[in-house]
Design a binder for this molecule. Sequence first.
Ligand SMILES: [Zn+2]
Length: 298
Amino acid sequence: MVRVAINGRWVELHSDPSWQQVILEAFGRGLPRQRFPLCIAHLHLPPAAIDWSAEPQKRTIYLREPEQWQALLVERIGQLLASPATPLSYASSYQVLKAAEPPNRYRTLLSPNSNQLSFSKLKVVGQLHNTYIIVEQPEEIWLIEQHIAHERVLYEQIEADWQVVELDKPVLLESLTEAQVQRLQDWGLAIAPFGVQVWAVRSVPALLRDRPDIAAALMELSQVADLTAAKVAVACRSAIRNGTPLTLVEMQTLVDEWHRCRQPHTCPHGRPICLQLQESSLARFFRRHWVVGKSHGI
Ligand SMILES: [Zn+2]
């Protein structure tokens, strides 16, 4: 649900791209897959910003230079998503949801517990199935899936700094279409013909440089739709696989890096990274409120 209000009034706002599109894109790769934000954008605008002449009936509002207001809104949404510890906005958004729906009907990004993501120091206590990192918190137990946590860390690094490095020895690729060659160039890689139906790639994303599967990785990059998708693909391929045993120190480093991410909740494909088991639900599950005697550890 995306609604826009201007100066205290719900409006249909016309623009191309639409405000809905702009808002959803601002959430971008920080939203779980198949989840959609509830977003109420209230713009306080000077009257001169509105183009009153555009539609006589005033059913739809047109703004002068909508791009500048959209850019401002995108920036604001980015700030909100970057700070899980904005207690006021999170609490008030949660109240909106609670007012409209019974609790737990929708599990949302905005649950008040997500505030804790940015507070206490995370203490790694172990690994399960060489896949889940167990973190002990004062009131919670967290299970973090190692591959996607690392994928989020790497994705944010290459988002901020997409580095392409030269190779000592080029990687040869065969049977590329023109579109594939063009895409690799668009992602900033140096690629040139190297014989009949063969191309030499002389520079690659830094994370891929030493990978044994570099040719497969480049083929994948030649097929993705845009640079963002290319970054996601590089992050996914470079992230620690599930099934890899890790030391406590390695896990602690990873968890601390993940914890500092701008959007720690989901991997760039939209999967949730961390399962939070609350002490209060564990107490409920184990029926700790049952008075069965002093000997049961109560
Ligand atoms: Zn992945």
